[in-house]
Design a protein around this ligand. Structure first.
Ligand SMILES: NC(=O)C1=CN([C@@H]2O[C@H](COP(=O)(O)OP(=O)(O)OC[C@H]3O[C@@H](n4cnc5c(N)ncnc54)[C@H](O)[C@@H]3O)[C@@H](O)[C@H]2O)C=CC1
Ligand SMILES: O=C(O)[C@@H]1CCC=N1
Length: 278
C-alpha cells in the first residue's frame, strides 16, 4: 500500500477508491479526484468505459468493466449508477462487500434503507449528493449516513471538501438537497442562457453575450460568498431610485420570476419523491 499525503486533507489517508458507473456524474467525480490526486488507487468501472478511457494511462488509475474487481481492490466504493440500475449491481457485488467497505451512493432518490435492504444494515452506507461542478472542484455536496456509517462521515467530508464545499445534513433532507444543488446546476445554467439571449437581443454577439452573462453570474455569487451579505442587501446597492434596475427587476417579478423558480423547485422535489417510490 502506498501512503498519499494531500495538502487539503492535511493528514495521511489510504484512499483505495472505486467508482462504479462512470457516466456524467461518476466521470465528473473521477476527474475531480484525479485533479487533486486524492487517492492511493482509483478503480473506474462501467459496462461502457468510454467516458474514462483517457484516464487509464494515469498512475494508480484502473479502468475496467469488472465491478467485482473494482470492489475487491478498494475500500471506498462509490456507486454512481442510475436508480434503475443500482439494485441489480448491489445484488451482484453483495457477496464480496464486507463490513470494512465504505459504501457511498449518489443515486438520486435511493435512500440508505434501500441499500441496507440489499447489503445489510451493518454496512457503512453514506449518501453523497454532489453536482457536476465536482469535476472542477466546485461542487456543493451534501452528505448523510446510515447508523453504521456515521463514524465515516468525517472521511466523506475530507474527500468531498477537496472537490468543493460539503454540508452534512439529515437524510430526510437529501431529496431537497438533490433539487437545490444537483438539479440546481441546470436551473442556474438556464438563467445564464436566458440572460445571454437578452444580451443578444440588445446588440451583443453571442460569444460576448455569453461572457457578460457568465462573469456577472460569477461576480454575483462571489459577492455573496465574500461579503456574507443577504442577496437583497446587494440588490439594494444596485437599484438606483427610479433607475433601470428596479424597472427590470419589478417587470421580472410581475412576470413571475421568483414564483416560477420556487414552483420549478417544488415540481422537481415532487418528481424526485415519486422516483423514490419506484
Ligand atoms: N448527473 C448529475 O448531475 C447528477 C446525477 N446524480 C445521480 O447520479 C447517478 C448517475 O447519474 P448520471 O451520471 O447522470 O447517469 P449516467 O447514465 O450518465 O451514468 C450511469 C453509468 O452507469 C453505467 N452502468 C449502468 N449499469 C451498469 C452496470 N451494471 N455496471 C457498471 N456500470 C453500469 C452506465 O453505463 C453509465 O455510464 C443517478 O442516480 C443520478 O440520479 C446525482 C447528482 C447529480
Ligand atoms: O435529473 C436527475 O434526476 C438527476 C438527479 C439530480 C441531477 N440529475
Amino acid at each position: 500500500m502506498t501512503l498519499v499525503v494531500t495538502p487539503k486533507l492535511n493528514k495521511i489517508e489510504i484512499m483505495k477508491i472505486a467508482i462504479i458507473g462512470t457516466g456524467n456524474l461518476g466521470s465528473s467525480i473521477a476527474k475531480g479526484l484525479i485533479k487533486n490526486e486524492s487517492f492511493t488507487s482509483l478503480y473506474l468501472s462501467d459496462r461502457n468505459t468510454k467516458a474514462v478511457k483517457n484516464f487509464e494511462s494515469l498512475d494508480n488509475v484502473f479502468v475496467t468493466n469488472d465491478n467485482a474487481l473494482a470492489v475487491e481492490q478498494s475500500d471506498i466504493i462509490l456507486f454512481a449508477l442510475q436508480p434503475k440500475h443500482i439494485d441489480g449491481v448491489l445484488e451482484s457485488v453483495k457477496p464480496i462487500i464486507t463490513n470494512d467497505h465504505i459504501i457511498m451512493s449518489v443515486a438520486a432518490g435511493v435512500d440508505t434503507v434501500r441499500i441496507e435492504n440489499i447489503l445489510g444494515a451493518d454496512k457503512k452506507i453514506i449518501r453523497i449528493m454532489p453536482n457536476t461542478a465536482i469535476s472542477i472542484g466546485k461542487s456543493m455536496t451534501c452528505i448523510a449516513a446510515n447508523a453504521a456509517g456515521q463514524d465515516k462521515v468525517p472521511l466523506a467530508e475530507d474527500i468531498f471538501n477537496q472537490l468543493g464545499t460539503t454540508m452534512v445534513i439529515p437524510e430526510d433532507l437529501v431529496q431537497a438537497a438533490t433539487v437545490i444543488c444537483a438539479s440546481g446546476i441546470a436551473f442556474w445554467m438556464r438563467l445564464v442562457r436566458a440572460t445571454t439571449q437578452g444580451a443578444i437581443q440588445l446588440g451583443f454577439e453571442a460569444e460576448e453575450a455569453h461572457e457578460l452573462a457568465v462573469q456577472t453570474c460569477f461576480g454575483s455569487a462571489s459577492l455573496l460568498i465574500e461579503s456574507g451579505r443577504h442577496p437583497e442587501q446587494e440588490i439594494d446597492r444596485v437599484t438606483t431610485p427610479s433607475g433601470c434596475t428596479i424597472e427590470g427587476l419589478n417587470e421580472m417579478e410581475h412576470q413571475g420570476l421568483s414564483s416560477a423558480l420556487i414552483q420549478g423547485i417544488v415540481a422537481s422535489f415532487e418528481k424526485i419523491n415519486q422516483l423514490k417510490k419506484n
